[in-house]
Design a protein around this ligand. Structure first.
Ligand code: ZN
Length: 416
């Protein structure tokens, strides 16, 4: 059977409009396709109103109700990566032109008919140099003319967002500050209003069960995507090894970003996340530098050290999770350390060191996860079962209530 591993990924764009794209992604893993879906929904930065100061509100809606509605108004966020900073990365005190966009709304009704207050009434205040601005940067030059404007403000073809309705004598006056953020923090920062994602339109893989009363095919009509695939034959047996390899996407944006920018940024974000994962699994560059040398640890006497995560048994090689280390080496997950070294996950500590996950303890020390406790004890996370006193010996571990490891009440434990 052909699988996605046999060929290169293919993207075929079926339809591209100003605010949506429909495409077919082939020859990739389900996990990869789903990662793209999740990343475009939750991880692409945009700007949205994050703070509202109400000066006057005599409308029927309470202040917090209006503040929430204002937060959901999509604002043009093209080139958000370079055009604005996160507030947390800015050196200003309370917000400045490099990390915030100010908008104002000042509407009152003097007629006898109901007036609609919409996103078109929001006015963007041009940035001005402030006393407490953050460090000067390139951000302002990277902004388009309408950066931070409500989507469709200067476009008669795009209907505005209704904020509230007011009658004669009522008014609404407020100041808003829009900030950069991602939808993982709050959905108002999502550039996508909908991401449709389908695979296996005939349900050949049986990843779902169709509930029906009489006739499954009549009650579950096929969608457009079914035209892309061959219908199952009546005599076709179920292939339990089959995997999905063709995915149908429709990404619809709220106008803050275009669909092309959303997809390209999504892919870049996914790459960055994977690169960070790879880097995170590697050891820090120089553990001894970070550790600051020996801090009063006692040496392990005689015994080869032992203990990694879930390790600490079977002297002299006490192995942890995924360990494939040579004789006299006790290792943890992903360990590749040299002989006589017992290390944990990602550990690259020097020889004769038995460490746990993320351990940075110096030589001659045998520790558990994050452990910096003294020696003669080589324990790993979850290890306390070894009967001998060499590698992995009497070492206590996470939750064992002994002298080492996370959860230990005295003298040891968290203080890495
Ligand atoms: Zn700032």
């Amino acid at each position: 059977m052909q699988t996605y591993e046999d060929s290169e990924p293919i993207v075929r764009i079926r339809d591209l409009k100003k605010d949506r794209v429909n495409f077919v992604l082939e020859n990739v893993d389900l996990a990869f396709a789903n990662s793209i879906r999740r990343v475009v929904q939750a991880d692409i930065p945009t700007v949205a109103i994050d703070m509202v100061e109400i000066e006057a509100n005599t409308t029927v809606l309470p202040d917090e109700f209006l503040a929430h509605r204002l937060g959901m108004v999509p604002l043009v966020s093209v080139n958000c990566d370079e055009a604005i900073r996160y507030s947390r990365d800015c050196t200003c005190l309370t917000g400045c032109q490099y990390c915030s966009i100010e908008l104002r709304l000042d509407v009152s009704c003097h007629d006898n008919k109901t007036m609609e207050v919409t996103s078109n009434h929001l006015e963007v205040i041009p940035p001005t140099m402030g006393e407490h601005d953050g460090l000067p940067g390139e951000e302002l030059t990277k902004r388009g003319e309408d950066f931070g404007y409500p989507v469709g403000k200067n476009d008669p073809a795009t209907p505005p967002v209704l904020i509230c309705k007011i009658r004669k004598g009522q008014e609404l006056k407020l100041r808003c500050v829009a900030k950069k953020g991602i939808a993982k923090e709050h959905a108002k920062w999502s550039p996508c209003s909908a991401v449709a994602f389908e695979y296996d339109p005939y349900n050949k893989l049986r990843h779902t069960t169709h509930w029906f009363e009489a006739d499954e095919r009549a009650e579950w009509p096929l969608g457009e995507n079914a035209k892309e695939e061959d219908p199952p034959r009546d005599d076709e047996s179920f292939d339990f090894n089959a995997k999905p390899r063709k995915f149908y996407f429709e990404v619809e944006t709220d106008g803050s970003l275009g669909p092309q920018e959303v997809m390209m940024r999504g892919l870049a974000e996914l790459q960055t996340k994977l690169a960070n994962l790879i880097l995170g699994l590697k050891a820090p560059p120089d553990i001894d530098m970070m550790n600051g040398g020996d801090s009063g640890m006692q040496p392990v006497s005689g015994n080869p050290p032992g203990g990694g995560w879930a390790g600490g048994s079977m002297s002299p090689t006490a192995a942890g999770w995924g360990n494939a280390s040579p004789q006299r080496n006790t290792g943890g997950w992903g360990n590749a350390s040299p002989a006589q070294n017992a290390s944990g996950w990602g550990n690259t500590s020097p020889a004769q060191n038995a460490g746990g996950w993320g351990n940075t303890s110096p030589a001659h020390n045998a520790g558990g996860w994050g452990n910096t406790s003294p020696a003669q004890n080589a324990g790993g996370w979850g290890s306390s079962t070894s009967p001998n006193t060499s590698a992995g010996g009497s070492g206590s571990a996470w939750g064992t209530g002994g002298q080492q490891g996370w959860g230990s009440p005295h003298a040891n434990g968290w203080n890495v």
